[in-house]
Write a protein that binds this ligand. Structure first.
Ligand code: GLA
Length: 384
C-alpha cells in the first residue's frame, strides 16, 4: 500500500478528495504534498452542541489546529532552528478544559475585545449597559463572549494556503450590544509560515466591534519555562496609559526612556519588575502602533534565543495589547501536567485601543449598517 493511500484511509474526515494518483512503486513520496485540511470531533458543550477541530498543515512542517468553540487556536506547531516542530501556544486536546474555564487561550474575542469602562457607553443618544465581568469594567465581550460560543466552520479555497472560515451571528442585544452582528474569521496557514487571520463583520444597527485573537505564545514551546528571556520589539513610540483598573486615561504617552520602550529589541524580563501596575506585576498595556490605521505592516517581532524561533506580528489594527501572562498562577496545567505559571506565555492582541467607545480621540470602533468591518493580522514564523 502506498503512503498516500494509507493517508487517505487514515484521514476518514479529510475534506479534500485524495484523488492524486499513487506514487509509482520504488519512487520516494513527493515531499511537497501537504495533507488536506482535516476535520475531527473535539467534544460537546454543556448545552450538547458538537465541537469540531480543523487541522491545517503547510509544506514546511507547520500545523495549526482551530476548534469551532470560540474559533480557538488550540495548537500551533512551528519548526525550531533544527527543523523540529514544537507547539508554541497554550492549549488542550479536547474542549473540556476550555469549558471548565481558561483565560481566553487562543480564542477569538468579541464583540469588543479589551475593556469598556464600567461596561457602559452611549451611542446615537442611547446608553447601553454591558456586564461588568472584570472588576468594575467589561472585558472581552462579557460573560459569554465570542470565545464561548460555537462557530460554524467550512474549509475554503485560498491561493495563499489552507484555510478555514468560521462564522457566528451575534444576535441583537447579546451581552447588551446593539444589532445583529455577522462576524467571520478566516484562518489561513501559508507556505510562507504565516498564520493569517482575516476578520469581517456586518451589522444591522450601529455597534462597537473590536475583534482579536487571544493566543498565548511561548516560542520555546508551551510548558517550557517563562517568556522572560524572549526578546521583544514593538513598533510603537506611544502607549495608552491606564488607571488602576486598566482603563485608558485617554492620553497617549511616549514610551521613550520608560519600561514600556520596546522600540529596540529588549528581553521581556529586563524591566518587568518595574512596570507600574497593580499586582500581579507585568505588562498588560496597549501600544499605539507606528503606522497608519489599515496598513498591514510590522507591529512586533519576538525572538526566542534557545529555539531560534522568531515571530513577527503584522496587522491592519492601530493598537496591540502586550500581556505577559501576569494572571497565570499555575492552577491550569498543560497536557503533561506542567502548571502554566506566571509569565508562562505572552499575548500580542492586535486591536483598536481599549475603551475606544468612550474616547472620541481614539480611532473609532463603531460599525454602521451598510459598512463592512475588515481587519487582518498575520503571525509569521521563522527560525535562525
Ligand atoms: C487581556 C487583558 C488582561 C487579562 C487577560 C486574560 O490580555 O488585558 O488583563 O484579562 O486578557 O487574563
Amino acid at each position: 500500500m502506498t503512503h498516500r493511500l494509507a493517508l487517505c484511509i487514515a484521514m476518514a474526515f479529510t475534506l479534500t478528495a485524495c484523488s492524486a494518483p499513487p506514487e509509482p512503486p520504488g519512487q520516494p513520496a513527493s515531499p511537497a504534498a501537504a495533507p488536506a485540511v482535516q476535520k475531527s470531533a473535539f467534544g460537546t458543550t454543556k448545552e450538547g452542541e458538537a465541537v469540531e477541530i480543523y487541522t491545517l498543515t503547510n509544506r514546511n512542517g507547520m500545523t495549526a489546529k482551530v476548534m469551532t468553540y470560540g474559533a480557538t487556536l488550540t495548537e500551533l506547531l512551528v519548526p525550531d532552528r533544527t527543523g523540529t516542530p514544537g507547539n508554541v501556544v497554550l492549549g488542550f486536546d479536547s474542549v473540556e478544559p476550555y469549558l471548565a474555564g481558561v483565560p481566553y487561550f487562543g480564542s477569538t474575542i468579541g464583540r469588543v475585545g479589551n475593556r469598556i469602562a464600567k461596561g457602559t457607553f452611549t451611542l446615537n443618544g442611547r446608553t447601553y449597559k454591558l456586564a461588568a465581568n472584570n472588576g468594575p469594567n467589561h472585558l472581552h465581550g462579557g460573560l459569554k463572549g465570542f470565545d464561548k460560543v460555537v462557530w460554524k466552520a467550512e474549509v475554503v479555497s485560498s491561493s495563499g494556503g489552507q484555510a478555514v472560515r468560521f462564522t457566528y451571528r451575534s444576535p441583537d442585544g447579546e451581552e447588551g450590544y446593539p444589532g445583529n452582528l455577522d462576524a467571520a474569521v478566516v484562518y489561513t496557514l501559508t507556505d510562507a509560515n504565516e498564520l493569517r487571520l482575516d476578520y469581517v463583520a456586518t451589522t444591522d444597527k450601529a455597534t462597537p466591534v473590536n475583534l482579536t485573537n487571544h493566543s498565548y505564545f511561548n516560542l520555546a514551546g508551551e510548558g517550557v519555562g517563562t517568556i522572560l528571556d524572549h526578546v521583544m520589539m514593538i513598533a510603537a513610540d506611544e502607549m495608552t496609559p491606564v488607571d488602576d483598573s486598566l482603563i485608558p486615561t485617554g492620553k497617549l504617552a511616549p514610551v521613550k526612556g520608560t519600561v514600556f520602550d520596546f522600540t529596540t529589541p529588549t528581553a521581556i524580563g529586563a524591566r518587568i519588575a518595574k512596570v507600574p501596575i497593580a499586582p500581579p506585576v507585568g505588562y498588560d498595556h496597549n501600544y499605539v502602533l507606528r503606522k497608519a490605521d489599515g496598513d498591514l505592516t510590522l507591529a512586533a517581532r519576538v525572538t526566542e534565543p534557545t529555539s531560534g524561533r522568531v515571530m513577527e506580528v503584522r496587522t491592519s489594527e492601530p493598537g496591540i495589547q502586550f500581556y505577559s501572562g501576569n494572571f497565570l498562577d499555575g492552577t491550569i496545567k498543560n497536557r503533561k501536567g506542567v502548571p502554566y505559571g506566571k509569565h508562562a506565555a505572552f499575548c500580542l492582541e492586535t486591536q483598536h485601543h481599549p475603551d475606544s467607545v468612550n474616547h472620541a480621540n481614539f480611532p473609532s470602533t463603531i460599525l454602521e449598517p451598510g459598512q463592512t468591518y475588515k481587519t487582518t493580522t498575520v503571525y509569521a514564523f521563522a527560525a535562525k
